[in-house]
Write a protein that binds this ligand. Structure first.
Ligand code: TYM
Length: 329
């Protein structure tokens, strides 16, 4: 049996928060010994909304540092920048010639984002999930560790792969999403009915993985909760439910175990105080390693180049297979 191939991506935009960390990055780091791992800084996806070129370049390098600081290990995993491997754009075109408009119009993230942008939404935002499918399918990926919000996009990659194979013969490996049990959908601290997001405004919306202990404390202590006291997960009480989910994700326990842990809490304040301590300690090593890596950007740039060089032949072989199957080679 060949080893599983894990592929995942993250956009170099905004500040990376604990939703990204518990939903995705933590799984990437933990699974590194069990598979071939490829992690991608998806700067071409970031361009689906307007970006300042210098800021995008800078954030791409900083995100590489952050992932290395979080424990992505260059001896076990490949880390590279999407635009450094031109096969991503190339495969995206061929796939777009197989995807139907109806299928694309059902993508909920596009619907939400394009509504918010009223007529200004770019064509790239619409075809974004096809580029994401290309990312995944290029590397014969078997598993895609992502948060819950990306599940529909991974399903699309599966559909496109299956349809292509049925039409043109077996070219693609059909990937599976890998969604964590705890932390797959961390909600905003200021509004627990909305997903924690990189682009949301408001200083108490998220905990950034590079936040100082003071910032973490402010955000968690001011998290919106209801007026109750009983520490129990309940859809009618999204605030405390979210705090329990963050606790469960950070400590690696189930929600039930998190509830049991707080059975004697005097109220939500106790939960918040303990959560501050846990998050500060969980993120401290990451923040420290990030500071070290920041001092040596040239090494990180070189590592990204090596990552792209290592994965490019795999991507090239897939695109050639696709072109041959479709009659374009
Ligand atoms: P992005 O950059 O928005 O997020 C990176 C990862 O973080 C997860 N995530 C969350 N998990 C839990 N709670 C949250 N509030 C939360 N917010 C974000 C996301 O699910 C994701 O796993 N389209 C992707 C990037 C991408 C990709 C790929 C992923 C491009 N190509 C191929 C996998 C495979 C995105 O925008 O993720």
């Amino acid at each position: 049996m060949s080893r599983p191939v894990v592929f995942s991506g993250i956009q170099p935009t905004g500040s990376i928060h604990i939703g990204n960390y518990f939903g995705a990055i933590k799984q990437w780091v933990a699974g590194q010994d069990d598979a071939e791992n490829i992690f991608c800084l998806v700067n071409m996806h970031a361009l689906t909304v307007p970006q300042d070129p210098d800021v995008l370049r800078d954030q791409t390098l900083k995100l590489a540092m952050l992932l290395l600081a979080a424990g992505i290990d260059q001896t076990k995993s490949r880390l590279f920048v999407q635009s450094h491997v031109r096969e991503h754009g190339e495969l995206s075109w061929y796939l777009s010639c197989t995807a139907s408009m109806g299928q694309m119009q059902r993508m909920t993230q596009y619907k939400e984002k394009s509504e918010a942008q009223r007529g200004e939404a770019r064509v790239g935002l619409f075809t974004y999930p096809i580029l994401m499918a290309a990312d995944i399918l290029l590397y014969r990926t078997t598993h895609v560790p992502v948060g819950d919000d990306q599940k529909q996009h991974v399903e699309l990659a599966r559909d496109l792969a299956q349809r292509f194979n049925a039409t043109y013969g077996d070219v693609f490996v059909v990937p599976e999403p890998a969604i964590p049990k705890a932390g797959a959908r961390i909600m905003g601290l200021d509004d627990p009915t909305k997903k924690m997001s990189k682009s949301a405004a408001g200083s108490y919306h998220a905990v950034g993985v590079l936040d100082s202990p003071e910032q973490i404390k402010k955000a968690v202590m001011s998290a919106q909760t209801d007026s109750g006291r009983e520490v129990r997960a309940d859809p009618a009480r999204p605030g405390i439910t979210n705090l329990l989910a963050i606790y469960a994700a950070a400590t690696g326990v189930t929600i039930e175990a998190a509830e049991a842990h707080f059975a004697n809490a005097r109220g939500y304040g106790d939960v918040k105080k303990e959560l501050v301590e846990i998050l500060v300690e969980t993120l401290r090593p990451l923040r420290e390693r990030y500071a070290e890596l920041s001092a040596d950007p040239a090494t990180v740039t070189e590592l990204l180049k090596q990552g792209a060089d290592a994965v490019r032949p795999i991507a090239r072989a897939t695109v050639d297979n696709v072109k041959r199957a479709m009659g374009a080679l």
